[in-house]
Design a binder for this molecule. Structure first.
Ligand code: GLY
Length: 569
């Protein structure tokens, strides 16, 4: 009987947990589920849900907590994207992406001597854009939550105030980045226990300045972050250290509610983040390119499946480099990029037998509907939450590369981001992630840099089925794509779908990056298909939850590559 039930589960719901030799089962909870990159932050979300909060309350609490316990990845000095699917069936996204300061200029990062490298867009004061996370989280909570900022901030403030024990992952980041953290006085004061040593594994790590800033937000709302002490303190520091950010940049910042991008894949509706994210469009594009192939027949980890998916990846990334940018500044041909006719045309570029380096982007402008509807403009971490009311929330938040620009302005307690590096900082040259771009993503005052963050929700029969996204620059896009394909096409459990070895092609450079777990003979088979194989260990960190459509309740899984936690109740 039991065996029969499991077979039925497999047939009826690809998201039902099935065992996979390489991965443990995902966790199950009857009422709600939270998955994030840090166990303490996940606990914050579960406690909010247990106390009667909805998925939005919990997600906002988790996002603030991640900025305390995983502050090398995200925080109030950075930005985020939020995708929400509400119990009433409506979907919305909130854009809390950083903006370029008013003093920013197109070539501000190109040195006079163009033969020397420039690190100004990744390290130090110039790299910081105006933070957006606090405005976005407040907007989400006010419009869609049930609790107050003070309520959801209680636990994150306690984590900053009384501290937490440094775990192994945090310790590795601290030790690897100690020389970087030691370069900035305000940062050194917080992260070093003496002149030469950072806090380390097992130490209690307290962040009282951060607690004070969070208390300010708790008492005054986003107003307490964007006006008064914080911007004035940052402004003075920036003037003293030749930075671009000013109090006026904080004061004029606003999070933007945007219409999601929608797609579909094998009967599932895909809801994701529109520009200035590139992730949503490109996941929908790649799924559209691939829907024509029976990937399940080829099998997970087969050279045929990897080849086809990788070819779809390069088509999407070639378009990304050309067309994607802040829609407030450039016309992104969003509808054309996702138009099935365009994807049918682009699919013809896929050679079934071998890899052909793509010459360039496609022509999505020719596939725009006659009248474009302009919707009312009404190192990164991802969290996913789902509740039994029918709400689902995906938030990806970031300060960009680990510890952002490295600067904590004394008296504020939070890292400033280095999101300026997500712009085209030096025309013709790749950014930190090796991504290239064109005019669409060049620096302009107030503009939002293009992002790969891909918070995404899958819906089937009107119900949220899977909530996912990840960290890892452009590998977020492909990590999200592969998790969806592993679940839907290859029938893996949520945990296995996340843990399964990944691969990535971003058009330029022309490599097929593969996780090293893949067998040598598979790599040889892909070389025979003319892929330039590049085995690597550096990958996205995906956190996802899903609904069990057969038995009820929710599954949760956190990437085995990280040290996060999925927990429900
Ligand atoms: N900062 C990485 C991204 O947004 O893509």
């Amino acid at each position: 009987m039991r065996h029969w039930l499991w077979s039925l589960a497999l047939l009826c719901s690809v998201f039902i947990s099935i065992s996979n030799a390489a991965s443990p089962l995902p966790v199950w909870g009857k009422n709600a589920m939270v998955s994030s990159a840090d166990p303490l932050a996940t606990e914050v979300g579960v406690n909010i849900l247990r106390s009667g909060g909805n998925a939005i309350d919990a997600a906002v609490g988790v996002a603030f907590a991640l900025g305390v316990t995983e502050n090398f990845s995200s925080g109030i000095g950075g930005g985020c994207f939020i995708v929400i699917r509400l119990a009433d069936g409506t979907s919305v996204t909130i854009d809390g992406r950083e903006t370029a300061p008013a003093r920013a200029t197109r070539l501000m990062f190109v040195p006079k001597d163009t033969t020397s490298p420039s690190y100004l867009s990744t390290m130090g004061v110039m790299a910081a854009g105006t933070p957006g996370e606090v405005a976005a989280l407040e907007l989400a909570l006010k419009k869609y939550g049930t609790k107050t900022l003070a309520e959801v901030l209680e636990a994150p403030i306690a984590l900053a105030d009384t501290g937490f024990d440094v775990g192994i992952r945090y310790d590795i980041y601290l030790q690897n980045y100690a020389p970087f953290l030691g370069m900035f006085e305000g940062t050194k004061q917080i992260f070093f226990k003496n002149d030469s040593m950072t806090f380390a594994f097992g130490d209690r790590f307290v962040q009282q300045d951060l607690a004070a800033t969070l208390r300010r937000i708790s008492a005054e709302g986003a107003e307490g972050f964007y006006h008064g002490y914080v911007p004035e303190t940052v402004d003075k520091y920036m003037r003293d250290h030749k930075g671009a950010l000013r109090a006026a940049d904080f004061e004029s910042y606003a999070a933007i509610e945007r219409e999601p991008v929608y797609g579909s894949y094998r009967g599932y509706d895909v809801i994701s983040m529109p520009p200035p994210s590139s992730g949503g469009i490109h996941v929908i594009q790649m799924l559209g390119l691939l829907e024509d192939y029976d990937l399940g027949y080829f099998g997970a980890g087969s050279s045929d499946a990897i080849h086809l998916i990788a070819e779809a990846m390069q088509i999407a990334f070639a378009d990304r480099a050309e067309f994607l940018g802040d829609p407030g500044f450039v016309n992104v041909p969003t509808a054309g990029l996702m138009n099935p006719d365009y994807l049918n045309q682009q699919r013809m570029l896929i050679n079934r037998l071998q890899h052909d380096k793509l010459d360039g982007p496609g022509n999505p402008q020719d596939f725009l509907p006659p009248e474009i509807e302009h919707p009312d403009l009404k190192h990164t971490t991802h969290l996913s939450v789902i509740d039994n009311l029918g709400n689902a929330v995906a938030i990806t938040a970031t300060i960009n590369t680990p510890f952002g620009c490295g600067v904590i302005v004394p008296g504020t307690g939070f890292f400033l981001n280095n999101e300026m590096d997500d712009f085209v900082t030096w025309p013709g040259r790749p950014n930190y992630f090796g991504l290239i771009g064109k005019e669409a993503n060049e620096i302009e005052p107030g503009k939002r840099p293009l992002s790969s963050m891909t918070p995404t929700i899958l819906v089937r029969d009107g119900k949220p089925i899977m909530v996912l996204g990840g960290a890892g620059g452009p590998r977020i896009i492909t990590g999200t794509l592969l998790t969806i394909i592993n679940s839907i096409d290859f029938g893996m459990s949520l945990q296995a779908a996340i843990d399964y070895p990944r691969f990535h092609n971003q058009w330029v450079p022309d490599y097929l990056f593969l996780e090293q777990e893949y067998a040598i003979d598979l790599m040889e088979a892909l070389r025979d298909k003319r892929h330039n194989i590049y085995p690597q260990t550096h990958w996205a960190n995906v956190n996802a939850v899903s609904a069990d459509t057969l038995y009820g309740g929710f599954w949760g899984a956190s990437d085995s590559r990280g040290s996060g936690l999925a927990k429900g109740f």
